[in-house]
Design a protein around this ligand. Structure first.
Ligand code: ADP
Ligand code: MG
Length: 450
């Protein structure tokens, strides 16, 4: 099947999208081709991304789903696809989902025709009014009412992603995240506390998160969208690309033999591909210069440390990304950190989702020259990685780690209680923060990296 879809982009400062070009997807290849529109080229608008340079010939993509990963980022996640499939009462292919989903995907790109229904963003007042009617026994009969019902009462989201909705309040767009029935009702409070704690640790996390109290003890996390800017004439959108897209992880299949191999020697090529180490180096061509790139690498290491300290082990490649500072100058930087959730049950040897240290074969003489990846949380490895991959001097890394452990150890409970978490619920996280407390108390050796 061949799908042809217009590709729209919100250019910097513009509240209306322009046509950037056309994407043709041939599912039989599969092969995808993007061609910039003549009008876009003539207007000398900037390229959509470093890997989509301006030219009049089509740019082809093969492998994986044969859809540019930047476009995939604009589409719905598992939750959004599930809603779409249910509405259409059939399976929905990736390319279809991209052209039919609401245009509230992350970033500044939208594929397909821009209908009023796709462009619509509920206000928080409309949301509360509909929620009130539904709770008073009303039936959801319009798509908007169904949207509210899905976000607040439906627990069948696939793929573990949370029900969420973009809402506007006083002209500002927010991401509202709702806990699923299986989640603790305190999840929004805890996530809100962690975003604030991260900022106290010099991590550029989402600003001004808040717990939004709904009826009947329900609440949601409300965070201003970092990829939307309110101007006098409306909302403009900012480009976003996930680490998943940058690393082309749509091409990587994780087979069981890979897992086995990783377990035995601590290394697989795909493990390296989907690592913080690869993300740190692959973002070079997005950052607009060497100096800016090193600033971003250092920020990335602080995020690794923060995730390690709060035991956020869901730090996968779709929970990191870059935000565009300047399309014309090819300048992107890490987006504010999001989805920071501490694990309440602590594994014996907790590991991050992506390896943060790579030890090449030549460095490990006497051990058959095997390369090694480190994802397991370990003080020495965190410090060694800081100097090997993320641009830190040893003393600077050690100072940051010790100080940050102190901020996390002394602050986690207070930050949770300040968001209204009950003392009993906070106590469930005591084990989670023991590592930070021991580190802050100097009980763990902080060896100098060799
Ligand atoms: N403040 C924000 N502004 C804009 N987009 C965001 C924001 N926070 C998260 N996102 C985007 O929404 C997606 C889902 O958010 P996330 O917090 O990861 O939810 P989930 O718990 O469902 O994974 C993220 O992958 C990211 O692309
Ligand atoms: Mg997430």
């Amino acid at each position: 099947m061949i799908t042809v879809a217009p590709v729209h982009v919100w250019l910097p400062g513009c509240t209306e999208p322009v046509l950037a070009g056309e994407f043709t997807h041939d599912a039989s290849g599969p092969v995808g081709r993007f061609r910039y529109a003549r009008s876009y080229l003539d207007a000398k608008h900037p390229p959509l991304a470093p890997d989509l340079p301006l030219r009049s010939r089509p740019i082809a993509i093969t492998g994986g789903k044969a859809i540019f990963p930047l476009f995939l980022d604009a589409g719905p996640d598992a939750w959004g696809r599930h809603l779409l499939a249910r509405r259409l009462e059939r399976d929905v292919s990736e390319i279809e989902a991209l052209t039919l989903c609401p245009t509230d995907g992350v970033g500044n790109i939208a594929l397909g025709d821009l209908t009023p229904e796709r462009l619509r963003v509920l206000t928080s007042e409309e949301f509360l009014e509909i929620l009130g009617e539904l709770e008073a026994g009303g039936m959801a009969s319009t798509p908007v009412e169904e949207q509210v019902l899905d976000a607040t009462q439906n627990g069948t989201s696939l793929g573990g992603t949370k029900p969420k909705l973009t809402l506007s309040r006083d002209g500002v767009q927010y991401l509202a995240k709702f806990p699923e029935p299986a989640d603790s009702k305190w999840l929004p409070h805890i996530e809100c506390a962690m975003l604030k704690l991260a900022r106290a640790c010099e991590v550029d996390a989402c600003k001004q998160p808040e717990v939004w109290h709904l009826s009947a003890g329900k609440s949601a996390l409300l965070v201003p969208r970092f990829d939307r800017v309110t101007t006098a004439t409306g909302i403009t959108k900012i480009g976003y690309v996930s680490a998943h897209a940058i690393l082309r992880l749509d091409l990587v299949q994780q087979g069981s033999d890979e897992t086995l191999h990783y377990g035995t020697v601590g290394y697989t090529p795909s493990g390296l591909r989907k690592s913080y180490v690869s993300f740190a180096s692959d973002m070079a061509k997005w950052c607009g210069g060497r100096e800016a790139h090193w600033v971003q690498r250092k920020e990335l290491w602080r995020r690794i440390v923060f995730n390690a300290l709060i035991r956020n082990i869901d730090d996968h490649s779709k929970n990191h990304g870059l935000l565009c500072d300047s399309m014309a100058d090819h300048k992107w930087r890490l987006s504010p950190a999001f989805d920071l959730v501490p694990a309440a049950a602590v594994a014996q040897q907790p590991a991050l989702s992506m390896a943060y240290r790579y030890i090449p074969p030549s460095r490990r003489r006497g051990e058959q020259g095997q390369p090694r990846l480190v994802a397991r949380i370990d003080t020495d490895d965190l410090l060694a990685a800081a100097t090997e991959h993320y641009g830190y001097a040893p003393a600077e890394a050690e100072d940051y780690l010790r100080q940050t452990a102190g901020v996390v150890a002394n602050g986690w409970r207070k930050f949770m209680l300040d968001e209204g978490v009950s003392a009993q619920e906070a106590a469930r996280f005591e084990k989670t923060f023991r590592f930070a407390e021991e580190l802050a108390a100097g009980q763990l050796p902080l060896d100098k990296p060799s």
